[in-house]
Design a protein around this ligand. Structure first.
Ligand code: RB5
Length: 196
């Protein structure tokens, strides 16, 4: 069913008008936000269940073991896993790996990502530098469900030194099996992709 936005346009009509004006920012999953007109015009796809066929995963040295265990579990689940490193325990810089996962998602080569470092903090901060990425640092199943239901997270961040493997696996399962609720959350999520 077509949704009318606040200006009363259907999605394709508004998209055409904005494209004509040539000032579009397009978020891959859900957001097309037009900011030049100060109309608060937000347009989004109808519903965004996250069907993950291919997932990009990476860690720094602090998360390499957990990454490996998650990667194996994902493959058993039938998901194509793009493991972007790191591969050993030598010290590396987490922003490089967050960027690799972000780029893979932005390029359309994966639908979602998982990032692991010691705390999960550095990875989540680095991944959220990219407007198309909504990275959520989670510590349990409930926070993971909420990051999907309310925030449409497309990257899951885990702290290998803070949570055990069983909890991490529970988070991964919740991340893959929980849908974005849409509704009142859609406009809020779209606003996160707008620049100032
Ligand atoms: C590495 O020692 C550690 O700082 C890193 O894994 C992460 O916790 C950073 O946020």
């Amino acid at each position: 069913m077509e949704r009318l936005n606040q200006a009363g346009f259907t999605a394709p009509v508004l998209f055409g008008k904005l494209a004509d004006l040539g000032e579009l920012r397009v978020g891959r999953f859900d957001a097309i936000c037009y900011k030049a007109l100060n109309f608060n015009l937000l347009l989004w796809d109808e519903g965004t269940p996250m069907t993950v066929k291919t997932l990009a995963i990476a860690s720094d040295h602090g998360g390499v073991e957990l990454k490996s265990a998650i990667s194996d579990a994902l493959k058993k689940r039938g998901i194509d896993v793009l493991d972007l490193g790191t591969d050993g325990t030598a010290s590396v810089d987490y922003p490089d790996f967050a960027q690799a996962v972000a780029k893979t998602i932005i390029d359309g080569k994966a639908e979602a990502g998982i990032l692991v470092c010691g705390s999960g903090i550095g990875m989540s901060m680095a991944a959220n530098r990219y407007p198309e990425i909504r990275a959520a640092l989670v510590h349990d199943r409930l926070s993971t469900e909420l990051c999907r239901q309310h925030n449409n997270a497309n990257v899951l961040c885990l702290g290998a030194r803070l949570i055990g493997e069983a909890t991490a696996m529970d988070c991964v399962d919740a991340f893959l099996s929980t849908e974005f609720e849409g509704g009142r959350h859609e406009g809020r999520v779209a606003k996160m992709s707008c620049s100032v």
